[in-house]
Design a protein around this ligand. Structure first.
Ligand code: ATR
Length: 300
């Protein structure tokens, strides 16, 4: 990318979420809430950018007044490839969701692992008190971010289970011997001894089939996390709650992953408050009562 001039100093800083499609993204709701809450003169909008058009869009961003962006499906891998500088997290995960410009050059990171781990620590403090394995279901982009976050946090063994075995094996190859693959059929047995279960698949989302997994083998003090947040309490989280495990919902990850980007673009580190959460929950409930299709789990 050639260095583009920065926005005229009189212009308000703008950021956006780039996706295709992008109409479902709740990022404008989150960042708009913070801009108002902190009285910041700034803007955050949605930009529908076709696959293949990302590079052209990025080049034009600074002169259009954009200081950065979030990226969602299908642009996360391409954004990493186009960046001038990428954080260690983005490189390890293989995808970027947050962009900013330094001297006109695009810098990227991936805040999904940060979002998941921060929400986990706040909702289930002491989740890592016992040196025990964690089981992650799924092997897509969200699974890569969460496996990275768990390994960085010092989890010694991550058991990985995915319907398509080859995809889990590929992920394990990238992250090394602390990630051990089990087949989908073995998923209940693989829970034995685990103190954390994370669902990163789309199963349990409104409109998708339920996730079928008995929790009997899970340690009683275990934490059960789901990255699906529509519905807010998935059947997995409800079953975990009934069995006395600590449930961790998917919405917190969405809210916390937005924090580092907002701070970069607008200069204030925002708080994930109950008021923000209530605003997004109201939007989810309005969407559910409209019967709107939901396509995202952890997606920005
Ligand atoms: P993301 O990048 O958001 O994580 P993804 O790459 O589409 O999304 O991954 C979705 C995950 O849900 C995958 O692990 C997928 O399993 P496959 O790799 O076998 O496709 C999982 N998934 C989706 N539908 C599923 C189903 N009916 N049964 C089991 N796993 C399913």
């Amino acid at each position: 990318m050639s260095a583009a001039s920065n926005a005229p100093s009189s212009a308000i800083p703008r950021a956006c979420v780039i996706g295709w499609p992008v109409a479902h993204s709740r990022s404008p709701l989150i960042h708009g809430f913070w801009l108002r809450a902190y009285g910041i003169e700034g803007a955050y909008d949605r930009q529908a950018v076709e696959p293949g058009a990302l590079e052209t869009f990025l080049r034009a961003m600074p002169e259009r007044g954009y200081v950065g962006a979030n990226a969602t499906v299908p642009h996360k891998e391409a954004l990493l490839a186009l960046a001038a500088e990428a954080s260690e997290a983005a490189r390890a995960i293989g995808a970027a969701n947050t962009l900013w410009f330094e001297n006109g050059r695009p810098h990227v990171t991936n805040t999904d692992a940060y979002g998941f781990m921060t929400h986990l620590a706040r909702t289930a403090p002491g989740w890592d008190a016992r040196d025990a394995p964690a089981l992650v279901l799924g092997a897509g982009g969200a699974a890569r971010a969460i496996v990275y976050g768990l390994l960085e946090a010092g989890v010694e063994e991550v058991r990985l289970v995915n319907r398509t075995l080859a995809r889990a094996e590929a992920l394990a190859r990238d992250f090394g011997p602390r990630v051990r693959v089990h087949t989908w059929a073995e998923r209940e047995r693989a829970l034995a001894g685990c103190t954390l279960l994370v669902n990163t698949t789309t199963l349990g989302m409104t409109g998708a089939p339920p996730l079928e997994i008995a929790l009997d083998a899970l340690a009683p003090e275990a934490v059960v996390a789901d990255i699906v947040y529509v519905p807010l309490e998935t059947p997995l989280l409800a079953a975990a709650r009934r069995a006395g495990h600590r449930p961790v919902d998917g919405l917190g990850m969405l809210l916390h992953q937005a924090v580092p980007g907002f701070e970069r673009w607008f200069g204030v580190r925002p708080e994930v408050t109950e008021a923000l959460r209530a605003r997004v929950v109201a939007d989810i409930e309005a969407g559910e009562s409209r019967g709107a299709g939901e396509s995202d789990g952890a997606e920005a």
